[in-house]
Design a protein around this ligand. Structure first.
Ligand code: GLU
Length: 623
């Protein structure tokens, strides 16, 4: 990876200015509409920013601004990450919020270590492998999705508390203030928020509390109007005053349990909404887990990620290890994509067989992340042929070259929503944090009077084994965490952070993060272009998903000639990241177009000119 020169930075800044006023985006990206102009009092949305004092990248300008406010006031990256996440709970209520969970990866500049928090939702203590089985058959996904059955104990408030107790310098109450303000005073509705409401309309209408909040007057929120959530402002005030115990042991928790056990459906609603068995005891028992991160070395850099219960760190790490033996820098785009697709296919064959909650499954994470294992899988990739899916997994305990282990199982269903934020501070601490309520709109159940949606994270469990002849490590269990794909990632060079990225997108997260890393590290794209590049996602399925930017490109025919099959996906992921430039400044980057464009900010923006002797000359090229 070559660090950006000052000249590249200023060219980028100019290109970015064009994007932020709605000009056509020249590179990649699906055909979503560009961000509408923000109203005068809203922070401006721009996908890349360069400067010093710290950086924030998220999908939303109000949320990024909340983080910048904290950094400016002397808070650190962890403080700012909590403030950004809380603000996203207001402005991205269908993707994040205190009714959900997530994973936080943190680089601590003082100890020069990477640490993580697993804040995944847990299944009720009464859950068993038959959680989603009825009359001997698995429920259709949509019926599990909108039900009390799929609601796990939220992990997000506990994640904030754990992060602040461990590394923060501010009180939760103080950090919730910007989000509380946003909820009370409102934010400007954009086209993405309206479209996400529209796609959930039928579900939301069935729950009066959800409809009252998100379909005011029975209508979709109007683009440009102000959206307020006074109930959430009050809930945040309660958390600020009483701490997260108000949720795990107090009144907010009681309201959550009541909602799950007696779903608040409207009168005359025909949808069958099954209750869940979540209890106050489940909430009281909830704990975050400080896990050792996954780590692989890739072309001389150290890549850290989230360990199981997420399959993110293992998936991205195995993918990098598999690809390390190929020269991806000096090859055609077609060959690069072919190798990336094939590596992803292998990763998902292994993920399906081996990865689940390590409290319940013997997950061979070390083996899956070993270079020896990756080499034994990498030999499957041929430049003139395409592998067939479903591909059988390998055996990390016995990594013989190209030798499968048992039968193949297809990848089970995974929805796509969630949000990712990345923060760096002036001390060099970095946070990559992905959080979710699972589907866009979660379970569709708003906790009455509380202003937030409950997750449907337990639908990330397999409802039934994908192949009855193959052990499935991701069946439900009591207190178990469903397997995630969230992949917050931090890359170090010589022990110092140079890059951090992550994305939403269900199981496509793994391929998005992998593709973004390869784009930046191997293909030498500036981070914002690596994020914008049109995406492909192969998850051990017969066809590979392509965004329109690739679907409509001649590359598709070239890859089809090799034997690849494709289907379209209008939009995959919505990544954000930060990068440390060679002169010590931060570059924050977000989407140019996807989800209406993201928001990158720095504490003290620089004009892009080279102002130190070191600026832009050093590089950390892969060794
Ligand atoms: N529930 C998904 C996971 O943990 C994330 C949801 C999404 O990104 O859509 O992998």
């Amino acid at each position: 990876m070559r660090r950006l020169t000052a000249r590249q930075v200023s060219v980028l800044a100019a290109a970015t200015a064009m994007v932020s006023i709605g000009a056509t985006v020249p590179t990649g990206g699906p055909a979503a509409s560009a961000a509408p102009a923000a109203s005068a009092d809203e922070p401006r949305k721009t996908p890349v920013a360069v400067g010093s004092g710290g950086a924030v990248a998220s999908v939303d300008a109000n949320a990024s601004a909340a983080g910048i406010e904290v950094l400016r006031g002397g808070g650190n990256a962890v403080d700012a990450a909590v403030a950004v996440a809380a603000a996203l709970g207001v402005t991205e209520p269908y993707s994040a919020g205190i009714g959900g969970g997530g994973y936080l990866v943190y680089y601590d500049a003082k100890s020069r270590t990477v640490q993580t928090i697993d804040g995944r939702e847990t299944a009720p203590r009464t859950a068993g492998p038959d959680l989603f089985i009825e009359n001997g058959k698995p429920l259709p996904f949509s019926e599990g999705q909108t039900s009390g059955l799929s609601v796990g104990t939220p992990g997000t408030p506990a994640t904030w508390a754990t992060a602040l107790d461990s590394w923060g310098s501010r009180d939760l109450g103080e950090l919730l203030a910007p989000a509380q303000r946003l909820a009370k005073d409102g934010f400007t509705v954009d086209a993405t928020f309206r479209a996400q409401t529209e796609s959930n309309r039928a579900r939301f209408e069935d729950f009066p509390d959800t409809a009252k909040l998100f379909l005011p007057g029975g209508r979709l929120p109007v683009v440009g109007s102000t959206f307020k959530n006074p109930d959430l402002a009050r809930t945040y005030r309660e958390l600020a005053r009483d701490g997260v115990g108000a949720l795990y042991r107090g009144a907010i928790g009681r309201d959550i349990v009541r909602t799950v056990r007696t779903p608040p459906v409207g009168e005359g609603v025909t949808r069958k909404v099954r209750p869940g068995e979540l209890s106050s005891r489940d909430l009281r028992a909830y704990e975050t887990i400080r896990r050792t991160p996954t780590k692989v070395s890739y072309r001389g850099l150290d890549v850290y990620g989230m360990a199981p219960s997420s399959s993110g760190g293992v998936g991205v790490g195995e993918g990098l290890n598999i690809l390390e033996r190929f020269d991806l820098a000096n090859t055609s785009e077609q060959r690069f994509l072919h190798r990336f697709i094939e590596a992803s296919r292998i990763v998902f064959a292994d993920r399906g067989r081996w990865v689940g909650d390590p409290a319940f499954e013997d997950v061979p994470a070390r083996g899956l992340l070993s270079q020896r294992y990756a080499d034994s899988r990498s030999c499957l990739i041929k430049d003139n042929a395409v592998l067939t899916s479903p591909l059988a997994p390998g055996d990390p305990a016995d990594p013989r070259p190209c030798r499968p282990k048992g039968k193949a199982a297809p990848t089970t269903h995974a929805a796509e929503s969630t949000t990712h934020l990345t923060v760096a501070d002036k001390w060099g601490n970095v946070v990559a944090y992905t959080l979710t309520i699972e589907s866009t709109g979660g379970s569709a159940m708003t906790v009455p009077g509380r202003g937030f949606l409950l997750n449907n994270e337990l639908t990330d469990f397999s409802f039934a084994p994908a192949n009855p002849a193959v052990h499935d490590p991701n069946l439900p269990g009591p207190g178990k965490r469903s397997r995630s794909s969230m992949s917050p990632t931090i890359v170090l060079d010589g022990g110092r952070p140079v890059l951090a990225v992550g994305s939403p997108g269900g199981a496509t997260i793994i391929t998005t993060v992998l593709q973004t890393l390869l784009g930046r590290l191997d293909r030498d794209l500036p981070l914002v272009e690596a994020i914008a590049a049109p995406r492909a996602s192969q998850r051990n399925q017969t066809t590979t998903e392509l965004e329109p930017g690739l679907w409509n490109s001649p590359l598709r025919a070239e890859l089809e000639a090799l034997g690849h099959g494709f289907r379209q996906n209008p939009e995959i992921g919505a990544a954000t990241g930060v990068e440390r430039l060679s002169d010590g400044r931060w570059l924050a980057a977000a989407e140019k177009v996807r989800r209406g464009g993201g928001s990158a900010m720095v504490v003290r923006p620089s004009d892009g000119r080279c102002d130190t002797a070191r600026c832009g000359t050093a590089d950390i090229a892969p060794r």
